[in-house]
Design a protein around this ligand. Structure first.
Ligand code: C2E
Ligand code: MG
Ligand code: MG
Length: 408
């Protein structure tokens, strides 16, 4: 599975704990160091540093709290530092002392932010270690604090991850989103030739859909959410005239998930534009091309979204040879007053023509932008000046009223 921000920071916390264990174990000259978590009546080993003794103790092993020193230390019946377990009647009489065996033992509790005990940070040796002293204990406590910070950071992040995951799951289960449709105009006939489906989520304050999709991806639900939205968006066909196409958005991960059939089977593929949006480098361009080719051979129309911005580089576009290139809004915005944008857009038009692709200009907000785009040979466009995203009902009502009078 793809790494997420959470799994990356969890890995770095694990790394810090591992290094802390081996540093403190080497410093004290002991054989085994571990960090445990108290789970019910068990002590569970979460991280272990015990070179050569991996069979004796390894992460995931658990022991009953009744058998180990841990609870006695937390509750003050045993000291944190035991240089020789034979010197203390309680440790001398506990079966684990001879089983492991344990000759010396240093252990301090790791506490959660609310003060409750998470587990223990512990070093032990099969032999007594008379040199162990208060300074060693102080060092042990320093490392335990460091590990406590990591553990608490991971706990906080895990809670945030779970909450985010639950929010997205609820959205998926209840389909708690709306799809709005923005017209894509044929600039020669001044008619909408299609509509881009855009998703809206309920939140206060408002957050744009790309933020929701990024959050869904971070908890491993990005593909599920994108597919659910595509499915809902395509239901719009039932109400739209037959000569109108629908444009839906998908990340390369969704396109290569092998799950497009969940939303495309039984749909009029020749009336569907799949807009591929790249917010990061494509992991496996060959797999993406193969998957998209299979769908295109059955009629699907392919668009590259946000061309001229970010990752939608020319090389990518040449490779995928899309039917449509969506000119990013950063190029459209102010194109009437910016010669550099004009020549770049004109170059894209030329490039698209050579590639046998059609350009759709995004984010047209003014008449002047529209006029300029027409002049440089753009024949399709989308933007607030032409029509804002609206509900399916409003879109259908507007279609019935006939072509808009957006002449330039
Ligand atoms: P996008 O696919 O490039 O969509 C175009 C964005 O520009 C939309 O923002 C649209 O509302 C906005 N827009 C259109 N015309 C104008 C204009 O004239 N001026 C300005 N300022 N903005 C305009 P929105 O809906 O907030 O979506 C943002 C991005 O979130 C989308 O960019 C797309 O990457 C993603 N997104 C939105 N809906 C979906 C969805 O259903 N699925 C997926 N996978 N991504 C989506
Ligand atoms: Mg788009
Ligand atoms: Mg775009």
């Amino acid at each position: 599975m793809k790494s997420t921000a959470f799994s990356t920071s969890k890995r770095s916390a694990d790394e810090v704990i591992k290094r802390a264990l081996s540093s403190v174990r080497e410093h004290l000259g002991m054989e085994i160091a571990y960090l445990s978590e108290i789970e019910g009546n068990d002590s569970v080993f979460r991280a272990v540093d015990a070179p050569g003794l991996e069979d004796l103790v390894k992460p995931g092993d658990r022991r009953s709290l009744d058998d180990v020193y841990c609870r006695h230390i937390v509750e003050g019946r045993l000291p944190s530092l035991i240089a020789n377990t034979a010197d203390i009647p309680m440790t001398a009489s506990m079966p684990i002392t001879t089983q492991v065996p344990i000759g010396s033992h240093v252990s301090v509790p790791i506490r959660r932010e609310d003060g409750s005990v998470y587990g223990m940070f512990c070093c032990l040796s099969p032999t007594p270690n008379p040199s162990l002293n208060k300074r060693d204990l102080a060092i042990m406590e320093m490392f335990a604090d460091l590990c406590a910070d990591q553990v608490n950071g991971a706990i906080t992040e895990a809670k945030a991850y779970d909450a985010q995951s639950a929010t997205i799951r609820k959205i998926l289960d209840t389909r708690d989103f709306r799809v709005v449709y923005q017209p894509i105009y044929h600039l020669d006939s001044n008619r909408p030739s299609g509509f881009e489906a855009l998703c809206r989520f309920q939140s206060e304050p408002y957050r744009t859909p790309d933020i929701w999709f990024a959050e869904a991806e971070a908890v491993g639900l990005g593909i599920d959410l994108e597919l659910a939205v595509i499915d809902a968006a395509l239901d719009g066909f039932a109400q739209l005239p037959e000569d109108v196409y629908l444009s839906v958005n998908a990340s390369p991960a969704t396109a290569t998930s092998g799950r497009l059939s969940e939303v495309f089977d039984g749909r009029p593929l020749g009336r569907i534009v799949l807009e591929i949006t790249e917010h990061s480098a494509i992991e496996d361009p060959a797999a993406l091309m193969a998957e998209l080719e299979a769908w295109r051979s059955r009629g699907l129309i392919l668009a590259i979204d946000d061309a001229g911005a970010g990752y939608s580089g020319l090389q990518q576009i040449v490779q995928l040879s899309p039917d449509i290139l969506k000119l990013d809004m950063s190029l459209t915005s102010g194109i009437d007053t910016d010669a550099a944008k004009r020549s770049l857009a004109a170059a894209m038009v030329h490039f698209a023509t050579e590639q046998r692709s059609v350009i759709v200009a995004e984010g047209i907000e003014t008449e002047a932008e529209l006029t300029t785009l027409r002049k440089i040979g753009v024949h399709r466009g989308q933007g607030w000046f032409l029509g804002k995203p609206a509900s399916l009902e409003d879109v259908c009502a507007a279609l019935l009223q006939g072509p808009s009078a957006k002449q330039a």
